[in-house]
Design a protein around this ligand. Structure first.
Ligand code: PLP
Length: 499
């Protein structure tokens, strides 16, 4: 029961009850503890919050991409202890501008060329809002039939859109699930591979795993977490792709030493330079050796929505698992990595534990998918909702057009670099990442990057291979337009002269 007792503009504690500021400045006292906003208040605050987010998105290009805050400065703005008494929502929301915005790294900025982007879009944000509002826990079909079945269908749609093997669909022996990140996806593959080896009689303390020196650090980290004692970083060729012959030699050496080659990860589009490992050659070796082959296509896998890029993943029909992150290049809001397996049986065998409190009729009928058996966590968010919104709002053709535009702008930037006597390309640019360096060496290259980042309107990151620094310009943020790439180039051009 709620009772409006007195006019008020700010919330106060009331003995024996919980109070809230209601409409027209009245203080609402709840006779019993009732901790949610009223629907009327939620509606009012919600409209205001959507306005606030829309204003942020509108002005994000004018904000510095990197935060100007020093370490500890944000902590100093926050109280040491949680409040005992309610606060006005206005005061809470006002702290977004006072504390949160100054501490942001603006990943949504169109001047974002760093790492790979973490995308954002209106339909993606609204899908997240709806998912939060619905409060679903999709750990099993029975705990949210729609969370499970919408995800089944989204994962199947993406099989067709990305040209993946048809048997990775829900109706086949394989299937797909949305993991939180690519790190989680590859980690599941590693654990399933290890368990498959154990069930096959292998001594898991002898399991060996392979990836290239250019694989994302998430792969080596996942292997450590999964308990692989022998992790081999295989050499790469002149364009930074894994050497299949070096892999074959490493596997041979390990077999001879009594180890059990168990898992190999190739990358389609490495983080440093978007190099593409030889998926088919590694897949054939993995089949011969009985190794699990995971393909990490976190960023570049998005390009496969355009048929002309699919030759980069030739041999995928030999892979055991695959992951791609739509939030890195499609306009889907973080998080959500699409993870596919060619055969779901070993994964479910490895990850399914059924305590009595999770038993239910639907699961026992064998007619439903329980995604809790497809990843490490039990609870899971309703991630497919935002992917559904994004795919329907834009349509595949618009997403293809954007990926093609990004790669065309990258080719244009690469051509400018190649024509410039001060600069040189550091690696080929098969997608929309352009890697180049200053010919004067590491110091000149690093100071060029620092000058770009000091501008405030553009942000890029550097990397190093074999001790040589280079700039990475990742053109994939959903808000970036050609004019932003041109603005970046003008800055590089002006700054490179001064180096
Ligand atoms: N794999 C590749 C090729 C990546 O580029 C990245 C991140 O950029 C990852 C894995 C890790 O991604 P996540 O943050 O989704 O775990």
């Amino acid at each position: 029961m709620m009772v409006a007792v007195l006019p008020m503009t700010s919330g106060k504690a009331v003995p024996g009850g919980v109070c809230r500021v209601g409409g027209a400045g009245t203080l609402i006292v709840m006779a019993e503890p009732f901790l949610d906003m009223t629907p009327e208040e939620f509606r009012r605050r919600g409209y205001a919050m959507v306005d606030w987010v829309a204003d942020y998105l509108e002005k994000v290009d004018d904000l510095p991409v990197q935060s100007g805050m020093a370490p500890g400065q944000i902590r100093d703005l926050l109280p040491d202890q949680a409040p005992e008494n309610p606060e006005d929502f206005e005061a809470i929301a006002a702290d977004l501008d006072r504390i949160v915005v100054p501490g942001l790294t603006n990943w949504t900025s169109p001047g974002w060329f760093a790492f790979f982007p973490s995308s954002n879009s209106g339909p993606g944000i609204l899908g997240e809002l709806a998912a939060a509002g619905l409060g679903q826990q999709g750990m099993m079909w029975a705990t949210s039939p729609v969370c499970t079945e919408l995800e089944n269908v989204m994962m199947d749609w993406m099989v067709d859109l990305l040209g993946l093997p048809a048997w990775w669909k829900t109706a086949g022996p394989g299937g797909g699930v949305m993991q939180q990140t690519a790190s989680d996806a590859s980690h599941v593959a590693m654990v399933v591979a290890r368990e498959r080896a154990r069930r096959g009689g292998a001594d898991i303390s002898r399991c060996a795993a392979y990836t290239s020196t250019q694989a994302n650090s998430a792969i080596e980290k996942g292997l450590r977490v999964a308990g692989y004692g022998f992790i081999r970083l295989v050499e790469v060729d002149g364009v930074y792709a894994m050497r299949a012959d070096a892999l074959s030699e490493a596997v041979g050496r390990d077999r001879a030493a009594g180890l059990v080659p168990t898992f190999v990860c190739t990358t389609v589009g490495t983080t440093a330079t978007t190099a593409v490992d030889p998926v088919r050659a590694v897949g054939e070796l993995a089949k011969e050796e009985g190794m699990w082959h995971h393909v990490d296509a976190a960023f570049a896998g998005n390009a496969m929505i355009c048929e002309e890029y699919r030759h980069h993943q030739d041999g995928l029909e030999l892979a055991d698992s695959y992951s791609v992150n739509p939030y890195k290049w499609m306009p889907m809001t973080f998080d959500g990595s699409l993870f596919y397996v060619a055969d779901r049986a070993p994964m479910i065998q490895a990850l399914s534990i059924l305590p009595p409190f999770l038993r239910n009729e639907a699961s026992e009928s064998g007619r439903v998918i329980d995604y809790r058996d497809w990843h490490v966590a039990l609870g899971r968010r309703f991630r497919s909702l935002k992917l559904w919104f994004v795919l329907r709002y834009y349509g595949a053709e618009a997403i293809r057009a954007r990926i093609r535009a990004n790669t065309a702008w990258a080719a244009d930037l690469a051509a400018r670099v190649e024509e410039d006597p001060r600069l040189e390309m550091a690696a080929p640019a098969p997608f929309s990442l352009v890697c180049f360096r200053h010919r004067a060496g590491n110091e000149a290259t690093d100071s060029l990057a620092a000058a770009v980042n000091r501008s405030g309107h553009s942000y890029l990151t550097t990397s190093r291979i074999d001790g040589r620094s280079f700039l990475r310009v990742a053109i994939a943020q959903a808000n970036t337009r050609k004019e932003h790439v041109d603005r970046l180039w003008r800055l590089i051009d002006e700054t490179a002269q001064a180096v």
